[in-house]
Ligand binder design. Structure first.
Ligand code: GLP
Length: 254
């Protein structure tokens, strides 16, 4: 894994956005794998600003999102459908039918998992997959213990994940117990993976990512087996990994 050490959230966001924007400029019909949560908000803001200022076009881009809660309507302000519209899609020129997010409202969730896998197979591969990281090392909603062979599936969210994501909901009770997520095997098929981490609340997860063995108990650890992963992490997120001496790379500027 390549590590880009940055000072803070803003630098992380600018750097990641610039990688995505370059990808789209070089290949206007790129497929981007997108993520939700607090981490990518700054990236999407940079992409929207760049679209306004430099007219980078997404007219031929396709997107696939990692995950969605089960049981939230698209119109629910906590759904990832709503998040993507509010923070990115409604501000750029991407056609609505080129954006893909698992449907957590499907009456047949297993069929929805198969539909999403078929869709992923039809897209000729994801050029860049954005990933945040959960405090317990989850990627997408692949919680600890998930098989590395998993494709799109329904997950029971751990209480730590529900508690962490509860900050976006009116109360913990409102956080869904289930989600539908792209599987680790599909994530690993992306040509380039960009994992972002900012803040001390990610320090344990980043420490485990760099310092621990590859294990299904730490979903993010599988990324060590991918040939083209860029981790962009800030000082706060790297604090433990640095203290333990498993991050040796000098600070990179770009
Ligand atoms: C959720 C998402 C993940 C995300 C994680 C971290 O569980 N399913 O894709 O990486 O939260 O979220 P945040 O960026 O808000 O810390």
């Amino acid at each position: 894994m390549k590590l880009n050490q940055v000072q803070n959230y803003d630098e992380m966001s600018r750097q990641a956005a610039s990688i995505l924007i370059s990808q789209v400029r070089q290949n206007p019909s790129s497929t981007l794998g997108l993520a939700t949560g607090g981490t990518p908000l700054g990236i999407y803001a940079c992409m929207v600003a760049d679209h306004r200022e430099n007219a980078t076009s997404y007219a031929q881009v396709s997107t696939v999102n990692l995950d969605e809660y089960v049981g939230l309507k698209e119109s629910d302000s906590q759904s990832y459908h709503f998040y993507m519209q509010r923070n990115l899609f409604s501000h750029i020129d991407i056609p609505r039918d080129a954006t893909h997010i698992p449907n957590g409202m499907s009456p047949d969730l297993l069929a929805e998992c198969r539909r999403y896998d078929d869709l992923l197979n039809s897209l000729n591969g994801v050029d860049i997959q954005l990933l945040g990281i959960g405090a317990n090392g989850h990627i997408g909603f692949n919680e600890p213990g998930t098989s590395f062979q998993a494709r799109t599936h329904i997950v029971e969210l751990t209480e730590t994940t529900r508690a962490a994501n509860g900050r976006y909901f009116p109360s913990l009770q409102d956080v869904p117990h289930k989600a539908i997520t792209m599987g680790i095997a599909s994530i690993m098929e992306s040509r380039h993976i960009l994992l972002l981490a900012s803040g001390t609340n990610k320090a344990e997860a980043v420490y485990a990512l760099f310092c621990d063995e590859v294990s299904e108990q730490n979903p993010s650890s599988i990324l060590k087996k991918h040939a083209n992963v860029t981790v962009i992490a800030d000082e706060a997120a790297l604090i433990l990994a640095k203290q333990k001496g498993c991050v040796e790379h000098p600070r990179k500027t770009s």
